[in-house]
Each structure stands twice: as C-alpha cells, then as structure tokens.
Design a protein around this ligand. Sequence first.
Ligand code: TXA
Ligand code: MG
Length: 373
Amino acid sequence: MKAEILGTTSKAIAKAAALLQAGEVVGMPTETVYGLAGCAFNSSALAKIFETKERPTFDPLICHVDASVQNLADLEAIGLVNPAALSRVAQARVESLMYRFWPGPLTLVLPRHARVPDLVTGGLDTVGVRMPRHSAAQALIAAAGFPLAAPSANRFGRISPTTAQAVFSELGDRIPMILDGGACEVGLESTVLLVNAEGELTLLRPGGISETQIEEVAHASVIRATSPDAALKKSAELAPGMLDSHYAPSKKLYQLEASVSELNKLEVVGLETAALPESLGLLMLSGSAFEGTSKFEALTGRKVIAFTLSESGNWSEAAQNLFSTLRRLDESPALVLFCEPCLETTGIGHAIADRLKRASHGSKQVAEVAHNR
Ligand code: TXA
Ligand code: MG
C-alpha cells in the first residue's frame, strides 16, 4: 500500500470520511501536528492505529470532536464523557475551559463514558478529548459522523509529523490516504490537562496552551504531573506521552550546556570531542544559523550543518519549526546532533524544553557514540 496524498477539497474529505466509515485509518492535519485518525468506537480501526504506529496499547488515544460539541452534555450524548462523575465545581471548570480554548490545542482528560472502548483509554477510567482548530480536521470529523481517535502520525517514539510529507515518510507504506492541510500552525502537540472529580487540574503534557492561560480561565491552580510531590506520581504514570525517551530522532542528540554564542568550548558532560564523527548537526533556538555554523565548526573542528528555530527568537515560530527541523537534521548527512539548551519554564517555551529534553540523549549514552562513530 502507498498512501495517496490529497489536498483538503470537499471531494478528498468525503473520500477520507468513507475510508473511516469502512474502518480504515487516514492521515489528518490538525493545528498541532498531523494525526493518524480512526473511528473512536470501532475496535478494528483502533487496533489498526496501534499496529500502524507500532504503539503499545497501554498508551491512550485522544478523541477528536467537531464544533457541534458545545458542552459536557454534548460530550455525553456522543458517548465520550460521563459528566456525572464530576463534581459541580469540576463541571464548571471543564466548561469554562471548553468555551475559551476549543477549538484549539487543549486536550481535557475526563471521566470516560461506558461506550468508549478500552483501546482508546488504555484501560483507564478517563478519556482524552479535544476539538482541533484546523478546518480540514473539523470537516473530516463532521463528514465521518463520529469522534476520531488520533495519535500523532509517527511511528512510536519518533518525531511527530508537521507536514503531509513527514506523515508519508513515517507511515506512507502502511495507510491508504493522507489529507494535506499544509504545515501545522502550532507545531507541537496539544496541552494535556487532567481534571479529576474534585476539579483539581493536573498538567500531564505542556503544549500550545500555557498553565497561566488555563489558571486565568479556570480560576484554579494547575499542578504539574512532573512535580516531585509523591501524591502526583500516579497521574504522571497516566500520561505515557511523558515517557522519558520520546519524539526522538534516529541519530543521537545532545543538549549543549549553553547557547552556541556563549559557548567557549564544546561542553557536554563526559563527551569527548576526539570521539566525534566528521559531520555534526546543530539545532539553534534563535540567532543566525550562519554564525552558529562558523562558531561551532571552530569549536569542534568538524563540518557543521546548523538550523535555527527562529532567527528573531520568537517562541511560537520556534515551536512551529521544532519537529520539522529535527526531521531535517535527522535526514541530513550529519552523524551526531546537538541542540542548544532551552531553559524556559513557562508557556510554549516550556513545551519546547519538554520535547527537546525527551528527544535528547543523556550523557550515559556518550560511550555509545564513541563506539558507533
Ligand atoms: O496535538 C495532539 O494532541 C495530537 C493531535 C493529532 O491531536 N495528538 C497527540 O496524540 O499528540 P498522542 O497519541 O501522540 O498523545 C496522546 C497522549 C498520550 O500519550 C497520553 O500522554 C495523553 O495524551 N493521554 C491521552 N488520553 C489520556 C488519558 N485518558 N489519561 C492520561 N493521559 C492521556
Ligand atoms: Mg505522539
């Protein structure tokens, strides 16, 4: 099978919807990253999603709904959420978040409806729901007539795709069709927020909507699943997207100790410059790739291929370019990759820091570089 890539015409959307109704899976553009979509209530379509991605079935899927959903009662009516399991306070918080941030890059993890298959929830009693903002995703869900379960359209643990071509290179030989809705506007996966019965908010994955934005709307504080608080350990485990190694390029990626302009020597704990191969890749957060290249070549004595995420240092632009740039470096002749450290702790910069941390290797793997050079 070779995936057909079609523009988002109404004819193409009807064709994709027909495939979904027949239990097939298709590549779907959203404003965050491309998804691999299948009917959320069809077990064989769900099994196909896991099989196509080589994804372990304990990792739950997000269900995507269209703009006909207005409130919790609608989420119950389509068989996704059980609002009765939420207190009044929790319900009010959920609905304010829905009104303010949907459609958009916010996934709410809520008590599941009995109709939701276990394959969607990974056997948990919660379900992740979001309403994507991309018009083609909206149109596809409406045309299909059911919510679409859709993980990012990459093989498990690899870089999420932000273009139809990237979906093709990940899964093109395994799926019938990819809708090409252009490059993704946000470039990073949605923020995942768990709302429990009492209405407590736990951030399971940072993304396009920041904690501050959420706190302002919900009038409640957001707890980080990654905080050391032992009581939170369980919720961290509930978000397997938080696995340490995720979003990884196939080449080794190391985070530098400082940005290239501040670097006086190649400093990565325990990394021996002598062991490095002839050609290196460099991912800069900001500034000129041209200057970064010459500085890094001077520091390492190697050939360097550098890309910058945003020359002017704009975080949204950086997020938009993150995965496509990692992918370019992965496909370039560079053999070992470096990235500048991202120290942001808030907003979309926090989401970039999170993805870079998971994409990069710890210093424990340095010995391996030496052996594989
Ligand atoms: O932006 C996005 O969210 C993209 C686009 C396609 O919508 N989708 C996406 O899906 O990133 P995926 O499967 O790559 O990540 C889903 C993550 C899971 O790994 C898990 O961390 C969290 O969402 N999740 C989903 N359902 C959950 C649940 N019931 N409980 C806890 N975490 C859940
Ligand atoms: Mg993913």
